[in-house]
Design a protein around this ligand. Structure first.
Ligand code: GLC
Ligand code: CA
Length: 560
């Protein structure tokens, strides 16, 4: 009896071996980690069916380790009808056959331990697929055991219960027999919203996270959290002037179906479960201001450890004053800052900020920015090699349903989800079969193998800056001290930790600039700067009275 208990205890401990809680100074691992988002359809195709898979990811962990990545967030790889490419989950505790098997996932988690790469899964909390057994049961009658697991209502005046619209176009309500009631879907009709006011739903969803933590998953990225709760009164949302969206629908202020306070208390309870397993929660947290962002950290930092700062992604031009302003906001958050430049829903950095002729320099400069800020960066696959959007040219080619509906104003998100470019082989080495989404046209130049050989590539710059960040306490922990705040062209700051000071200088303009710094005014001693990393040719040491910068150049130096 005793022995079997011990055995069970041992088995559960080894199965859920979680990363170390904190380093010697008490910093949890995720504060010093570089995260990397993988869109599993597009990363690496091991069985050559044109779609990426888990074994493909596994085969590239050594590359990610080489680059300096500490954790990968894998976009949904659960069984799914793929209406929203996996964000419509029909079973939270399995792997879609397209991506492999549970055994492949276990193997990936195991390889991750060897390569010191933690695995973060994507938890779609707001909705399931309409093919999930929960929904099928819920839809079967008005009085089945799961009848109240989704948001069902009778219609009003011959139409839906209210004026709420789906963010993917049209009414957010769909009538279904045999219930002859409407169900609510903030996203596609194939993505019915769960009813988080039902404690049975909360329990089932929390148990999903436990199930994965026990398998060795280190945390979750939580999808679309701000849509978790709806006001039960179902009041109409007020129209936002006469604004129309890309689908031609009236735009509303979504005050009754988004960002309800109940979401925070539910997330705090989810955090308690995470804490049992020493896991990390990252949030897809679209916020308007720092007050809203702070709310996601929780009143006593008891909610999400890493709510994403999307305000940063809304800066759509290379501008020192704009970045300076947003960095100051984000650096003032109550918890640990998070830096995101793009993801599978947002245009790639390379063309969002590129001007057509200096794109490589700009890509390096931005890497120099978000790898040297205080906080955790979350990269998007391919960013490190300068991948660009490859948007569909004709509506017939669009796969993302929002692009089909919104064309040409909204071309959808296929363009930022193209296959990873590994080498100069056919299909960029992603697959020998025709990829599900066409490879970007410039892969022969922008790919891992070619860039690994070129010391001046975007890839080697990323690797260098990541390595520097990880070995430099000032970059990991130092205070952020803005410098020369009136400069419209050059963004500069110190990262200051104990007696170490690292100077970061980023030329956000297309002209050469000479800058100087008066650090004494900031209480920092030192007259010269010893180069740590520079994206152009520069002397090994400069004086703080005169540092020359090339257009869009990034310069990182130790103050001495
Ligand atoms: C999130 C995902 C997006 C998805 C949506 C619905 O915004 O990032 O890709 O379409 O949620 O799940
Ligand atoms: Ca909801």
């Amino acid at each position: 009896m005793r022995l079997s208990l011990l055995l069970i205890l041992f088995a559960s401990l080894s199965a859920s071996a979680q990363p170390k809680q904190a380093d010697a100074e008490g910093h949890p691992w995720w504060q010093h980690a570089v995260f990397y988002e993988i869109y599993p359809r597009s990363f690496a195709d091991s069985n050559n069916d044109g779609i990426g898979d888990l074994r493909g990811i596994n085969s590239k962990l050594d590359y990610l380790h080489w680059l300096g990545v500490d954790a990968i967030w894998i976009s949904p790889m659960f069984p799914s009808p793929q209406v929203d490419f996996g964000y419509d989950v029909s079973d939270y505790e399995n792997v879609d056959p397209v991506y492999g098997t549970l055994a492949d996932m276990d193997q990936l988690i195991g390889s991750g331990k060897k390569e010191k790469i933690n695995i973060i899964l994507d938890f779609v909390v707001n909705h399931t697929s309409d093919k999930h057994p929960w929904f099928i049961e819920s839809a079967s009658s008005r009085n089945n055991p799961k009848a109240d697991w989704y948001i069902w209502r009778d219609g009003k005046d011959g139409g839906p219960p209210n004026n709420w619209t789906s963010t993917f176009g049209g009414s957010a309500w769909k009538m279904l027999s045999p219930r002859n009631q409407y169900y609510y879907h903030y996203f596609y009709a194939g993505q019915p919203d769960l009813n988080w006011r039902n404690p049975a739903v909360e329990k089932a969803m929390f148990d999903v996270t436990r199930w994965w933590y026990k398998r060795g998953v280190a945390g979750f990225r939580l999808d679309a959290v701000d849509t978790m709760f709806e006001d039960p009164s179902l009041k109409d949302n007020p129209p936002d002037d006469n604004k129309k969206n890309a689908y031609g629908d009236q735009v509303y202020n979504e005050i009754y179906n988004k960002k309800l306070p109940e979401m925070h208390t539910a997330l705090q309870r989810l955090r308690k479960v995470a804490d049992e397993y020493n896991a990390v929660l990252i949030g897809e947290t679209w916020t308007k201001n720092i007050k809203e962002l702070n709310e996601y950290y929780g009143p006593v930092l008891n909610e999400l450890q890493l709510p994403m700062n999307f305000m940063f992604t809304q800066i759509n031009k290379v501008s020192a004053p704009e970045f300076r302003k947003q960095i100051a906001f984000a650096d003032s958050v109550s918890g640990w800052p998070v830096w995101v430049l793009s993801n599978h829903d947002i245009r790639r950095v390379y063309d969002r900020y590129g001007n057509g002729k200096d794109n490589d320099k700009i890509a390096k400069m931005l890497a120099g920015l978000y790898m040297t800020l205080r906080g955790t960066p979350i990269m998007y696959y391919g960013e490190e090699i300068g991948m660009e959007n490859n948007d569909p040219k004709r509506v017939e080619d669009v796969m993302d349903p929002i692009g089909k509906l919104g064309w040409p104003k909204e071309k959808g998100r296929d363009g930022e989800r193209t296959p990873m470019q590994w080498n100069t082989n056919t299909n960029a080495g992603f697959s020998t079969a025709k990829p599900w989404n066409p490879v970007g046209p410039r892969y022969a130049q922008y790919n891992v193998a070619t860039e690994q050989k070129d010391p001046n590539s975007i890839l080697n710059w990323y690797k260098q800056v990541i390595a520097l960040r990880k070995s430099n306490p000032a970059l990991l922990e130092g205070k952020y001290i803005p410098l020369n705040e009136d400069d419209d062209n050059v963004l500069a700051y110190l990262r200051s930790y104990k007696d170490q000071n690292v100077l970061v200088v980023l030329n956000m303009s297309g002209e050469q600039h000479k800058v100087k710094f008066d650090l004494a005014a900031k209480g920092v001693k030192g007259k010269s700067a010893k180069t740590l990393a520079v994206s152009f040719k520069a002397p090994a040491t400069s004086t703080l009275d005169s540092i020359s910068l090339e257009p869009y150049g990034a310069y990182i130096a130790q103050v001495e």
